[in-house]
Structure formats: structure tokens, C-alpha cells
Design a protein around this ligand. Structure first.
Ligand SMILES: [Zn+2]
Length: 443
């Protein structure tokens, strides 16, 4: 049934847009620095109020530092002997520069059919859908098939040390009995040309994530006067190593997830299932294209303190992302590129993730999408970045990215993540709420 033929909107559908807009109005900018990160406490307290309003007793938790606010509620299901399901959304966002935007990034403006603002797709859209459904279920006294845990967490945008990672390490009791989870980044539609000359909507369910490693490099050599002959220069040694890493192309590897993705796109479009197909996918191709090989991008450089002094050390930072199962091979290539004179250490390291696209929960996601978009198809894909799934997997929880959105075919969705004029279609939020509702009633 489409929204046009639906006689009455559900309570959740009716309030989801206002909830998302309200969430965006909290400036929860995560700078990665404890001193300047703000707003999470106020936003989490507001979420807790919305949940308490309908009869929950939400737990508010600060994860490792003052103000890093998280909210949890659990809705008991009909069969508590089945594992519980976690729905997780982060409340923090990346910063936004108002001068660059068409509307103020923390206005939550609802105009031209969109809700505008930082977090509209990453991920206050899903937070709002979760909140709307949690409120509806409690208000109606609805009992889901299994326990549902709704988690609104801090610090995802800085890898979760003061959010999901802390909660998993320090409060594992919050996740008692949880076996599966859904969160970002998946469930959105990608429109491709179909073999019959029309269009086909694919819904990308995230089943895998590359690993993340931020690597700090140090070259140490002899300090000296800038005017002398000097063959042992730390700046030169480091620069050459950084250039070798930055220009290196790692081998093409088609993981199980990517092969299934390419196979599905090939079946629908009639184009051959190879990596060249990805380039034809437009905006989404930029994400998927980064999942056919490991990457190592230099991002920071520092050395020296005076124009005529050769410093003893020079530093660089490399953003490393390797495919599931590739860590040893990746590091062997990195070490060969760095050579013997450059040392490396991790600043941050988060594991990869991959699960199969099958089983009861995948069937429930598929049925939920088809109930609202009958000619569509769900396909698995790998995210080039990371999410809080990396933390929850440590507890043995099977994670999926499933925050459903039916998007206009021409919307550059990938560009909205951390981008200027981030926004989400009003109709996509209502669609997503209906899909999630169907999914949660059959999970
Ligand atoms: Zn996110």
C-alpha cells in the first residue's frame, strides 16, 4: 500500500518529521576533542524525555566523560527466550560551517519536501524513526515478537571511544541477550536502469565494513644546519615514504559481499558484473568503489620549527582502510613501501566486519522493503567507512546497516554525508518509518 492510498497515518509516521527536525536543532557537533564537543547531553536528555512521556523508564548513561550522553530503553517482547534485537543510532554529528549552507545547519528547517540540517542523513533520520516507533509501541501497548533495545549513543563520529566502544567495554549489561542489531549505513535506495528499459530500485543493506586504522609515521635522522651538506634528512626520508604510500594502488579484491552486490546489479542492468560496473553507479559508486581494494591515504604532515634547522624527526598520519581478512597482507605492503627508516604506530584501530546476507532477519528486511516498494530488490553491500557496528561485534552481535529510505533517483545521497546542505526527503522518512515498523513486527 502506498502512502497515497493509506487512509490513516500511524502515530509514528505522523510525528517522525517533527522528531527529526527537533533532533537536528540540538547542535551535537563532535570535533573529536573533549573540550569542544558539545550538545550530546542536552540531546540525550531530550530523547529520554520523549521516551519517559509514553511510559518508558529510560536509562541515561555518560560514557567515559561528562556530557557524553547515551540513552537506552528495552521493550520486552513476546518471546524473551529469543535473542534481543538492538536498534542503535548515534546522536552526535560532524561540525558544519553555517556560511556554506542554504539554511542554517542546526535549524532543522522543513521546506521543499526535505528536512534540512546537519545529521539529516547521518543519522538523526534513523534516530527519529527509532524514537517515533519506540513511542508508538509503548503508547499502544504493542508487544514485539522479541525484546527490542533502543540505544541512542554518543561519539560515533570520533570512533566511539566515548560512546559505543565505552558502553561495550564498561556496561555490557545494557546488551544482555542481544544477538542482532540494525543501525546505519544501509537500507537506502539506489535507482539503476533496468533491462526492460525502465528503472529498478535496489535497497542496499550494509553487511560489511572495511577496517579503519589511523597510522602515525615517524622518521628520525640527524639534526643539523640548513646550509650544510646533509644526506640524512628526516623530512626527505618521510616525504618519500609518504609519497610511495599515497601513490600505491592495492590489489583488486572482490569479497563475497561485493560479488553478490555486483551480481545483483548485473542481473538488473544487464551489464557485466565487474568492477567497471561500479563507476556507472554515480554517487553510490564512490562508496562502493572504495570497497574493491585496501586504501592508505596520507592526511597529515608535520616537521621542523625553523627554516634553517634540519629537524631530527618528521611525522605523518595515514588513514588506512583494509578489507575484511586483509590486515596482514595490507601491513606487509605498507612496510615494504615505508622502508626501514620510517617507524609506524597506531593512533586508532578498529576491526573490519562482514556477515552473510541470509537468515531470518534478512528475510524480514526484504519483506519489509517489498511491503512498501513491491518491485524493488534488496542487495548486500560493504561500507568503506566504519560505524558503531565495530563496537557491538565485540559482544558477538550480528550487525546490519538498515535505516530504510526511498530516495529520488537523482539525489546525490553519498555527497550529503558530512556534506553541505545535508537533508532528507520528508516522504523518505515516512516510508522508512513504515518499513522499520513492518520489520520490527516480523523480526
Ligand atoms: Zn553516522
Amino acid at each position: 500500500m502506498s502512502s497515497e492510498t493509506r487512509a490513516v497515518e500511524s502515530r509514528a509516521e505522523a510525528e517522525v518529521v517533527e522528531l527529526v527536525s527537533s533532533l537536528i536543532r540540538f547542535d551535537t557537533s563532535n570535533t573529536g576533542d573533549l573540550a569542544t564537543t558539545k550538545g550530546e547531553r542536552e540531546c540525550a536528555e531530550w530523547v529520554a524525555e520523549q521516551l519517559a512521556d509514553v511510559g518508558y523508564e529510560p536509562e541515561y548513561i555518560e560514557s567515559g566523560a561528562p556530557g557524553r550522553g547515551n540513552v537506552f530503553v528495552r521493550l520486552p517482547g513476546a518471546d524473551s527466550s529469543r535473542g534481543a534485537m538492538l536498534l542503535h543510532g548515534h546522536l552526535d554529528v560532524v561540525p558544519a560551517e553555517p556560511a556554506d549552507w542554504s539554511v542554517h545547519p542546526f535549524s532543522g528547517a522543513v521546506q521543499d519536501g526535505y528536512v534540512w540540517g546537519r545529521g539529516a542523513v547521518d543519522m538523526k533520520d534513523m534516530d527519529g524513526m527509532m524514537l517515533a516507533l519506540a513511542r508508538q509501541y509503548k503508547a499502544e501497548g504493542y508487544v514485539p515478537p522479541r525484546d527490542l533495545v533502543f540505544a541512542f549513543v554518543a561519539d560515533e563520529e570520533a570512533a566511539g571511544a566515548y560512546g559505543a566502544q565505552w558502553l561495550v567495554d564498561n556496561r555490557p549489561d545494557l546488551f544482555d541477550g542481544v544477538t542482532e542489531a540494525v543501525g546505519e549505513v544501509g537500507g537506502f535506495s539506489l535507482t539503476v536502469p533496468s533491462t526492460d528499459g525502465g528503472e529498478k530500485r535496489l535497497y542496499l543493506v550494509e553487511t560489511a565494513e572495511k577496517a579503519l586504522g589511523w597510522m602515525r609515521l615517524t622518521a628520525t635522522a640527524k639534526a643539523g644546519h640548513g646550509s650544510f651538506l646533509h644526506e640524512d634528512n628526516a623530512v626527505t626520508i618521510l616525504s618519500e615514504a609518504v609519497a610511495r604510500v599515497g601513490r600505491h594502488e592495492f590489489p583488486l579484491i572482490l569479497t563475497d559481499t561485493l560479488e553478490q552486490f555486483l551480481q545483483a546489479v548485473s542481473e538488473e542492468t544487464g551489464l557485466p558484473a565487474n568492477d567497471e560496473l561500479i563507476a556507472k553507479l554515480g554517487s553510490i559508486g564512490r562508496i562502493v568503489g572504495a570497497t574493491v581494494r585496501d586504501t592508505a591515504n596520507p592526511t597529515m604532515l608535520s616537521a621542523g620549527y625553523k627554516a634553517n634547522v634540519i629537524p631530527q624527526t618528521a611525522h605523518a598520519t595515514i588513514d588506512c582502510r583494509w578489507l575484511p581478512g586483509r590486515k596482514d597482507a595490507f601491513l606487509a605492503e605498507i612496510d615494504r613501501l615505508l622502508g626501514p627508516d620510517v617507524q609506524r604506530e597506531w593512533i586508532a584501530e578498529l576491526d573490519d566486519y562482514e556477515t552473510s546476507f541470509d537468515g531470518h532477519l534478512v528475510d524480514a528486511m526484504n519483506a519489509a522493503i517489498l511491503s512498501e516498494d513491491p518491485n524493488a530488490r534488496t542487495v548486500p553491500y560493504m561500507l568503506s567507512g566504519g560505524t558503531d557496528a565495530k563496537a557491538f561485534k565485540k559482544l558477538g552481535i550480528r550487525c546490519f546497516g538498515f535505516a530504510p529510505l526511498k530516495l529520488p533517483a537523482d539525489l546525490d545521497f553519498a555527497a550529503l554525508f558530512h556534506g553541505v546542505d545535508e537533508r532528507v526527503p520528508v516522504e523518505a522518512l515516512k516510508f522508512g518509518t513504515r518499513v522499520l515498523d513492518h520489520f520490527l513486527r516480523h523480526c
